[in-house]
Design a protein around this ligand. Structure first.
Ligand code: G3P
Length: 219
């Protein structure tokens, strides 16, 4: 299972890359807006920092014609760019065309099995079901992950499930159990995922016991 960081904050990404855990990054217009400055330069810096890891960058245009041209321009920014396009029927035709051109696409704002199936048929690299936003409207987001997993396995599609809008550890845990190919998580959730109080207290105890020996060098 791959872990992506859901942020455009370069220092946070750099910090987590050092752990060896991060396979990619997802951004959206909200993330880029938070960082401010020159978004094109930031995106290039993010892609360079990730090396070969996928970096999802979302389109900001609206008409299919403009989204198509913008998607091509975003894809040309770096070899590891994945273009994020919302799952709206207006864009189906250009999504297919971009896939045929060999551009990696991450379909965002996916909320149903039906939307997922349609995007798998178009051959996109990732679909991003938004778990937390489904929970927000009292629909079980995790059950949609399971539905998508079963559908992709049943029909042998190549599209990967990128579980997004994960708000807490319970969501991340459930995404793993549902067999998501990728989970994209904010730094705060990843921090919780790699921390366990029993590991900390165990280390404290081992250190205290070791210190009783009074050995200065070992081995
Ligand atoms: O990856 C998508 C994510 O950023 C959306 O999360 O919490 O705004 O629903 P949220």
């Amino acid at each position: 299972m791959k872990i992506f960081l859901d942020t455009a904050h370069l220092p946070t990404i750099t910090q987590w890359l050092a752990t060896g855990l991060i396979d990619g990054v997802t951004t959206n217009p909200t993330h880029l807006s938070k960082e401010g400055g020159d978004s094109t330069q930031l995106v290039k810096a993010l892609c360079a920092q990730l090396g070969t890891g996928d970096v999802s960058i979302e389109i900001t245009e609206h008409t299919p014609e403009k989204v198509y041209a913008q998607a091509q321009a975003i894809a040309a920014l770096a070899p590891n760019v994945v273009v994020k396009i919302p799952c709206h029927k207006e864009y189906y035709g250009i999504i297919k065309q971009l896939v045929l051109e060999g551009i990696s696409i991450n379909i965002t704002l996916v909320f149903s099995l039906m939307q997922g199936l349609m995007m798998c048929k178009l051959g996109v690299k990732y679909i991003s079901p938004f778990v937390g936003r489904l929970d927000d409207i009292d629909v079980d987001g995790i059950s949609v992950l399971h539905q998508l997993r079963n559908m992709i396995d049943q029909y042998h599609f190549n599209t990967q499930i990128l579980a997004a809008s994960l708000r807490d550890i319970r969501h991340l845990h459930a995404a793993i159990e549902a067999g998501a190919d990728v989970a994209t998580v904010p730094s705060a959730i990843l921090e919780k995922a790699v921390t366990h109080p029993l590991t900390i207290s165990g280390m404290v105890q081992f250190n205290a016991d070791w210190d009783k020996l009074g050995i200065k060098q070992f081995p």
